[in-house]
Ligand binder design. Structure first.
Ligand code: ADP
Ligand code: MG
Length: 599
């Protein structure tokens, strides 16, 4: 009886090698650009001084990478195609101090499982080379081949035997854009290597080897970036950060210009991105975006590169130390050029005038966020009040409020230096960082709207057209659904232009062009639909920053009070999205102490 119930259950079987490799390919070879990335890495690992890339039809039809590196010996050629076969590590010890870009020995096996692959290779000392072909897991016998020293890898008809995956490939233009981006990353990482890239027979990039990394960066990142960038070169112990970072005055073009390499490997690392953003925080106008090409070098043992299928994320052994180092190095460099329109970060330090010397320490610690009941009031639509559409304006005026009950954050009395709002409440004086506070409010609003799956959108009267990179155009096409969920409606107008038709209401004051660029970049980089789930808050933080009222925007008392009321009604409004406080309380007795009253 029991046995007959089990009959329907399939027995456990070992999967055939081809299928194993096809499954692995799903992770490693997501699209032509990821195959290209692996081939570029292999060429670099082989010590090439010249790398030539030729693509046809966005890499879907054909990817060829030729290098003049070490070559693969005849007896190793079939092994190169085998899974878990690598010349780069032999032990766990090696893995922990790996300096090569590859180490898992699975890229070629994975690519071979889902394409028609051919490798021709010759070691320098050999009179001629050898070629091997693989199709659908079957490996051909070796054939002699007349080639110059180095390796030529041809990948044709990606996913020809896995139609389900092929369906996920986008247009040639889209795949090409992704390939070009991969190429740029490789070329940026190694200025000492000569790189060329052709697409459908046309030469798109030829970058000569140079000992000057600035020259390579300029070639790839553009003259405007190079002109606005300062060189970075900082060391602390075994940590070394170098590269170029644009001054905050640089207005980023349509191209995304944020590249970070760790020990020569392009990474997208949250910790580093955070440290960099923080370094720009005090000096960057919110409509601008940091642009940088940075290289972090540290001992291989101090970073684990084996944490992501595409090796694009890393884990630092001492993340705190790396964060501090990158933050300080960059912040210092950005603060340095006097009069370049860069506010000194030091000006943000809370310091009281010197006559108060003796009381300084006390005064420093005196301002506090007291445990007020900030949820007392109803939200009053700060936007409405701020932008003059208030239906309920009178309710935010002190006169109209219940005279006996002063709201927790009190009533605004002034705005100073375009940054702070001063308000009087029952305890004394409240100081509010208006941008930080508003940013948190917008953020919480967007979060709530997204949770309810209805981000209120606002159609733009006249759609805004922006010049965009091919990657951005591709993102519009690929992620339309995700963008819609976020409250954006965009359409590709041409291969280089995008129309923005509507944006979230909460962001209607933001500049739609930079808003659109940021949302496209984040959606792409944080990974498509993941921006709606695990990476959601990162994206919303970017958006909130756009939507928040700018420093130096003059507010009326009415608007200031509306902001205070909105803060009282918003969760977590005590900190901005970056964790900094949004307001402080100075009690009357704090003030009395400063003036030595009543003592
Ligand atoms: P990994 O790079 O992780 O070792 P791959 O599957 O990418 O794994 O490559 C397998 C092996 O094939 C490499 O370890 C290397 O020995 C050899 N190989 C691949 N590409 C090249 C190349 N362009 N030049 C020299 N050797 C190569
Ligand atoms: Mg490899």
């Amino acid at each position: 009886m029991a046995a007959s119930q089990c009959v329907a259950m399939p027995s456990i079987q070992l999967l055939p090698d081809l299928l194993i490799n096809q499954i692995a390919a799903g992770e490693v070879v997501e699209r032509p650009a990821s195959a290209l990335k692996e081939l570029l890495e292999n060429a670099i690992d082989a010590g090439a001084s010249e790398i030539d890339v030729r693509l046809a039809q966005g890499g879907i039809k054909h990817i060829r990478v030729s290098d003049d590196g070490s070559g693969i010996a005849k007896e190793d050629l079939p092994l190169a195609l085998a899974r878990h076969a690598t010349s780069k590590i032999a032990s766990l010890d090696d893995l922990e101090r790996v300096r090569s870009l590859g180490f898992r020995g699975e890229a070629l096996a994975s690519i071979a499982a889902v394409s028609r692959l051919r490798i021709a290779s010759r070691c320098r000392q050999d009179p001629h080379g050898w070629a091997v072909e693989a199709e659908g897991g079957a490996i051909s016998p070796l054939t002699p081949e007349a080639v110059s020293p180095g390796t030529v890898v041809d990948v044709r008809d990606l996913y020809f035997n896995t139609p389900a995956r092929r369906k996920f490939l986008k247009t040639d233009a889209t795949e090409w854009a992704h390939c070009e981006e991969m190429f740029k990353r490789a070329a940026l990482s190694r200025p000492d290597v000569d790189f060329t890239l052709q697409h459908n027979g046309r030469v798109c990039w030829h970058l000569r080897a140079t000992s000057d990394f600035g020259q390579r960066i300029q070639a790839l990142a553009g003259d405007a970036f190079a002109a606005a960038a300062i060189p970075i070169d900082a060391r602390a112990g075994e940590l070394h950060l170098w590269g170029m970072a644009a001054l905050p005055t640089f207005s980023r073009g349509s191209r995304d210009l944020q590249y970070v390499f760790v020990n020569g490997r392009f990474v997208r690392d949250k910790l580093l991105v955070h440290a960099i953003r923080e370094a720009y925080q005090d000096v960057l106008h919110h409509e601008r975006h940091p642009a940088y090409v940075l290289f972090l070098e540290l001992p291989a043992e101090a970073v684990d590169v084996n944490v992501h299928p595409m090796k694009i994320e890393v884990r630092f052994r001492d993340g705190g130390a790396v964060h501090r180092f990158v933050f300080h190095a960059l912040q210092k460099a950005l603060a340095a050029p006097a009069g370049a329109g860069v506010a000194s970060p030091a000006s943000a330090a809370p310091a009281l005038p010197t006559p108060l010397g003796p009381l300084r320490r006390e005064a420093h610690t005196a301002p506090q966020q007291t445990a007020l009941n900030l949820r007392a009031a109803q939200p009053l639509g700060f936007y409405e009040a701020l932008f003059g559409e208030a239906a309920a304006q009178s309710t935010v005026l002190p006169e109209a409020a219940d005279a006996d009950v002063i709201p927790p954050l009190g009533y605004a009395v002034a705005q100073i230096h375009g940054v702070y709002i001063l308000a009087q409440n029952e305890q004394g004086l409240v100081v509010v960082d208006m941008h930080a506070a508003h940013e948190r409010i917008v953020y919480e609003k967007l979060k709530a709207a997204l949770d309810q799956q209805q981000v209120p959108t606002q159609a733009l009267l006249v759609p805004v057209v922006l010049q965009a990179s091919a990657l951005d155009v591709a993102t519009v096409a690929e992620q339309a659904e995700v963008l819609k969920r976020l409250g954006f409606e965009m359409a590709a107008l041409s291969p280089t232009a995008i129309a923005v038709r509507s944006i979230p209401v909460a962001l209607k004051e933001a500049d739609p062009v930079s808003l659109a660029r940021d949302v496209l970049r984040d959606v792409r980089e944080l990974g498509g639909s993941r921006v709606l789930t695990e990476r959601r808050n990162e994206l919303l933080a970017t958006l909130a920053c756009h939507g928040a009222v700018r420093a130096n925007r003059k507010l009326t008392l009415l608007e200031m009070n509306a902001l205070l009321r909105e803060m009282e009604a918003t969760e977590r409004s005590g900190q901005c999205n970056h964790g900094r406080p949004t307001w402080f309380q100075l009690s009357l007795s704090d003030l009395d102490k400063w003036f030595m009253r009543g003592k």
